[in-house]
Design a protein around this ligand. Structure first.
Ligand SMILES: [Fe+2]
Ligand SMILES: [Fe+2]
Length: 489
């Protein structure tokens, strides 16, 4: 454990960036500052990207205090005797977004193809996508919810266990981390009556039509996930909490892998002042992860930040091209198995004990937007990995890919009971319907998963673990079916 990065939780985010950088620093480096580590890096990480962005399919990011110059990446490339220095550029900060993010600069650069190692100001970052996948970490829905009436204690690791989950994933040393969305939940000032839970939480910036900020993302993601961010390449889908009127501006600045996307959620000036633009899907792309010489996992990343859950939704025609692209990008090929990564589940169901369920209650979350948008387009997929429902869940609809949901990465859990197997399948308002599910597994507890390929093509073992790393359930994926069982306590 002594060589693993360590997070020391701080009582006051208002103490300033210097304090944040200090507490987020890996333990081995925190003690070596005098020897040359530059504490100017608030966070550094590598994100999987579309082919149009980098031949290596990997983008490096560094978050630094505003006013500092973007550092270079020191990269060792296969076949070269000396390291290369790659210049990072600062991602553009739109004027209408700037008041919330002017305390930081987000630097970005392509990681060269065939890179062996990479570091930014002494801070190692993943230098390449895995050449052979032995394990993948899966988790999602991680932010601390402080939007009344739903609150959790952001100062208590039992109530908000994200930092524990991040540390446990680091100990697993996965080859890549797949995150299915919903980073940002600090959408309101901390209420006066629970200052001991979230009194130092950065509130939304007044006068702006969105909820996030640089300090909000530091508290919500960059600090608690610090050791995880630089452990393995990140493969990220956008959640609805990264919609343009919520946490979208920080998402595009920090975690969208593409160039020139930082204005995608920038407020628009009009007669009534600034307004948030509509949330529309970004382009679908794929990430290939080799498993063996003749076997590859292809992930299709679909942006489902927009739309709605359970009511009639005109968003489906806007969303459908995302799923059409995912189908086109996963045309069956020998040796390639495909997973769909999309925040809103296609086959996920909620508990009627949720606040304000629609009447009559339709348990299928997203049926009107996601079912309609993806109907008939899922035949290429072996598995759908999603989030959005704040529990662990696995659902099997006959003839469809297994659906795995991990919305249990730290955000306040949904109801712990009330998940009987639905007797009908998801049906959209146009009458398109799937058959009823034949099985489901429910895990109303915090955690993450480690997925490992079995020897047979298309077959995976997925271990479900609690924040401390203790395994509590095991899932198997084979022949497009998912099945999970709890382990004895
Ligand atoms: Fe969520
Ligand atoms: Fe969500």
């Amino acid at each position: 454990m002594s060589t693993l990065p360590r997070i020391v939780r701080t009582a006051s985010l208002a103490a300033g960036l210097a304090a944040l950088v200090t507490v987020a620093m890996p333990a081995t480096q925190a003690t070596s500052t005098a020897a040359g580590f530059n504490p100017g890096v608030i966070a550094a990480y590598s994100i999987a990207a579309p082919a149009s962005e980098a031949a290596s399919r990997l983008i490096a990011r560094a978050v630094i205090p505003r006013g500092a110059a973007c550092p270079n990446i020191v990269v060792r490339v296969s076949g070269r005797s000396t390291p290369d220095e790659v210049v990072m550029y600062g991602r553009n900060l739109p004027d209408s977004t700037a008041p919330a993010f002017e305390s930081i600069t987000v630097c970005s650069a392509r990681i060269p193809d065939k890179a062996i190692s990479a570091s930014i100001m002494g801070h190692p970052i993943p230098a390449h996508l895995p050449t052979r996948v032995g394990s993948l970490a899966l988790f999602s829905d991680t932010g601390c919810r402080i939007k009344p009436p739903h609150l959790q204690d952001c100062a208590d690791l039992n109530s908000w266990p994200l930092a524990s989950i991040a540390e446990s994933i680091v100990e697993e040393q996965p080859d890549a981390v797949v995150f299915a969305g919903d980073f940002f939940y600090r959408e309101a000032p901390c209420p006066a009556e629970v200052q001991n839970w979230c009194g130092s939480s950065p509130p939304p910036v007044a006068g702006l039509p969105f909820k996030d900020s640089a300090y909000g993302w530091i508290a919500e993601v960059l600090l608690p996930m610090a050791p995880l961010l630089s452990t393995a390449p990140l493969i990220i889908a956008r959640g609805n909490h990264e919609a343009c009127n919520r946490g979208g501006n920080g998402y595009f600045l920090l975690f969208d892998p593409r160039r020139d996307t930082t204005a995608a959620c920038a407020p628009i000036a009009g007669p009534a002042g600034l307004t948030a633009p509509e949330t529309t899907p970004t382009a679908t792309y794929t990430v290939d992860l080799p498993i063996t010489a003749d076997r590859t996992l292809r992930l299709a990343i679909v942006d489902t930040a927009g739309g709605a859950d359970t009511f009639s939704d005109a968003f489906a025609p806007i969303q459908r091209p995302s799923f059409e692209a995912a189908a086109n990008l996963t045309t069956p090929r020998d040796g390639v198995e495909n997973w769909l990564i999309t925040h809103r589940p296609v086959f996920g169901y909620a508990s009627p004990l949720m606040d304000g369920p629609p009447v009559p209650f339709d348990p299928w979350v997203g049926a009107d937007s996601q079912t309609a948008a993806s109907f008939g387009l899922l035949d290429h997929f072996d598995l759908v990995f999603s989030s959005h429902i704040h529990i662990g869940q696995a659902v099997q609809i006959p003839g469809q890919p297994g659906q795995l949901i991990l919305g249990n990465g730290g955000t306040l859990l949904d109801p712990l009971t009330g998940y009987p197997l639905p007797t009908t399948g998801p049906t959209d308002t146009a009458g398109q319907a799937y058959p009823p599910p034949v099985s489901a597994w429910i895990a109303p507890r915090f955690g993450y998963a480690i997925a490992r390929p079995n020897a047979q093509a298309g077959s995976w073992r997925i271990d479900m673990k609690d924040p401390s790393g203790h395994q509590f359930a095991r899932c198997g994926v084979a022949n497009r079916q998912i099945f999970c069982r709890d382990l004895p306590r």
